[in-house]
Design a protein around this ligand. Structure first.
Ligand code: BV8
Ligand code: ZN
Length: 246
């Protein structure tokens, strides 16, 4: 970490963090595009879109049920916990692409879930929440109120992001002093545009990853290494600098 980043972190009033699947990798949740990632077996087009779901609801429901089981067994890792700690000394907004809910679980207060949350499901027909669906003879989950198909409350390709979530994300991004992009390949828009927008609005932009991403050439600084190590290290610099200055 450069002396410049140390100084900026010690004076920052607002830190905005974009997280991707790499932040949850050390909690045992597979990423999407890494060599052992989720998309290796299936392509996003085959699963994470409404047409694939309507064409084969059983396959898509089973895939999400399996991912939800992994998520429900997962624990926040040191990266999640460090970001929750950061929130206690400087205004921290977490904009996450992850659908696992681990930032909430680790105690972060300002979490914007851009792509929804896999722990929630709803009926495609009446929109009603569903946590105890009716299974038909093929094991396909239906709504108890109207028999509509049950889907995960996540944003699929080609679907709009939650309007309030993306509005808050842009607002935080435009006013950030420091913008950290952690554990994301930055290949999915509009999330991937946020670090670029932050830089244009004067934020010092930092990428924290184990390899280069689509935004590596556009950020001010790259901190390489696993998030479970680099994020606690960065947060301890902020804590030390704030404690010595008080
Ligand atoms: C929209 C759902 C508009 C939930 C996901 C061309 C054709 C068609 C569409 C498009 C197109 N061009 C652009 C688009 C738009 C499209 C898009 O961006 N497509 C891409 C693929 C080209 N975007 C959309 O469709 C979005 N909607 O634009 O709507 C619209 C306008 C009007 C009207 C209607 C619509 C919706 C995007 C949301 C898609 N949903 N997931 C789920 O099933 O989980 S995307 C999926 O990718 C996840 O949400 C994930 O969060 C996201 C990004 O992936 P990453 O988090 O970055 O994960 P990845 O595996 O890629 O990378 C992991 C990274 O971690 C790596 O860099 C790795 O090095 C690093 N790492 C690994 N381990 C560690 C680590 N780093 C640190 N420490 C470690 N230990
Ligand atoms: Zn229904």
């Amino acid at each position: 970490m450069s002396p410049e980043l140390r100084k900026i972190l010690s004076e920052a009033r607002s830190v905005v963090v974009l997280t991707g699947a790499g932040v949850s990798a050390e909690s045992g949740i597979a990423t999407f595009r890494d060599p052992d990632g989720l998309w290796q077996q299936f392509k996003p087009q085959e699963l994470a879109n409404i047409d694939a779901f309507l064409a084969n609801p059983s396959l898509v429901q089973r895939w999400y049920a399996e991912r939800r089981r992994v998520v429900e067994e997962a624990e926040p890792n040191p990266a999640h916990r460090a970001l929750a700690l950061l929130d206690t000394v400087v205004e921290t907004t977490i904009i996450t692409q992850n659908v696992d809910g681990l930032h909430h679980q680790s105690g972060s207060r300002n979490v914007i879930e851009l792509h929804g949350n896999i722990r929630r499901s709803y009926c495609v027909d009446c929109g009603g929440k569903s946590d105890n669906p009716q299974l038909d003879a093929q094991g396909i989950a239906h709504c108890r109120r109207c028999s509509g198909l049950i889907r995960p409350d996540v944003v699929w390709f080609g679907e709009m992001l939650p309007v309030e979530a993306i509005r808050m994300a842009y607002e935080a991004t435009r006013t950030a002093d420091v913008f950290l992009s952690i554990g994301t390949g930055a290949e999915v828009s509009p999330a991937a545009d946020l670090p670029i927008i932050a830089g244009r609005h004067g934020a010092y932009t930092v990428e924290m990853n184990i390899r280069r991403s689509a935004i590596s050439d556009f950020v001010d600084e790259i901190v390489s290494g696993p998030a479970g190590t680099t994020v606690p290290d960065l947060v301890s610099v902020v804590l030390d600098s704030r404690q010595t200055s008080t």
